[in-house]
Design a protein around this ligand. Structure first.
Ligand code: SAM
Length: 229
């Protein structure tokens, strides 16, 4: 079991036993860097920064209880903002390759700075719109980026089908609020729904979930994929 030293991060180690011992000190440094950057640019709300560890770090780390990635697995985090969940996952899964994209250049500059300071070799941070990406990935992640129909319209063509990892390739989407209307709109449902309130035993996470949509279901999403120019 890891024994990280900083308060806040320390409390998380028990909840996330799959996070490697070497990752905890890196996550501690990540916390410091996010706090520093958040003074200059609004990555997460001023009110929420006090709760960075339990509301944002833990929120993202839950995926480590459900996903194991093989060496060379490829993940794209769409609308990463300050690197949520992409940078946190890159720290926890050094064997996998992460492409972090956001349409806002100054957010990507922050992500790049943090990746450089943490010496993360598995992060490719890019300013671009999701609609313009042509590559394929094992997993595409997103946390509170857009409604599901719009999000899927961007990334529909970017998933590699198959399963080399602990769960089938697909989309991992962190979402709060009503799910059914958006499932009705896209016409597919997730194969796995991770209930964060139950898993983190914290009422703050009521009606917040991580959804896993299987890549094999994604071609049936209603609506047209965005034309690539
Ligand atoms: C609400 S923020 C969420 C940021 C981060 N995922 C988080 O949880 O803190 C949504 C982000 O998506 C980005 N975004 C919106 N549309 C996009 C698009 N078409 N392509 C890439 N990024 C986009 C925005 O610039 C913004 O940083």
């Amino acid at each position: 079991m890891a024994s990280p030293s900083a308060d806040g991060v320390t409390d998380l180690a028990e909840k996330f036993p799959n996070v490697n011992e070497q990752a905890w000190p890196v996550l501690e440094s990540w916390v410091e860097l996010i706090r520093e950057w958040n003074e200059k640019i609004n990555l997460i709300s001023r009110k929420d920064i006090e709760h960075l560890e339990e509301r944002h770090l833990a929120h993202c780390l839950v995926i480590t209880n459900h996903l194991k990635l093989m060496h060379g697995a490829r993940v794209m985090d769409v609308g990463t903002g300050g690197g949520f969940p992409g940078l946190i996952m890159a720290i926890c899964y050094p064997q996998a390759q992460f492409t972090l994209i956001d349409s806002i250049g100054k957010k990507i500059a922050v992500v790049q700075d943090i990746a450089d300071k943490l010496n993360l070799k598995n992060v490719d941070a890019r300013q671009c719109r999701a609609e313009s990406v042509n590559k394929q990935f094992d997993f595409i992640t997103g946390r509170a980026v857009k409604n599901l129909p719009e999000y899927f319209s961007w990334i529909k063509g970017n998933l590699r089908k198959g399963q080399r990892n602990s769960i089938p390739n697909g989309v991992l989407y962190w979402k709060g609020g009503a799910l059914q209307p958006e499932y009705d709109a896209i016409g597919i449902r997730p194969r796995l729904t991770i209930d964060l309130q139950a898993e983190l035993q914290d009422d703050y996470f009521a009606e917040k979930y991580i959804l896993h949509f299987d890549a094999r279901d994604v071609p049936r999403v209603r609506g047209r994929a965005v034309e690539r120019g």
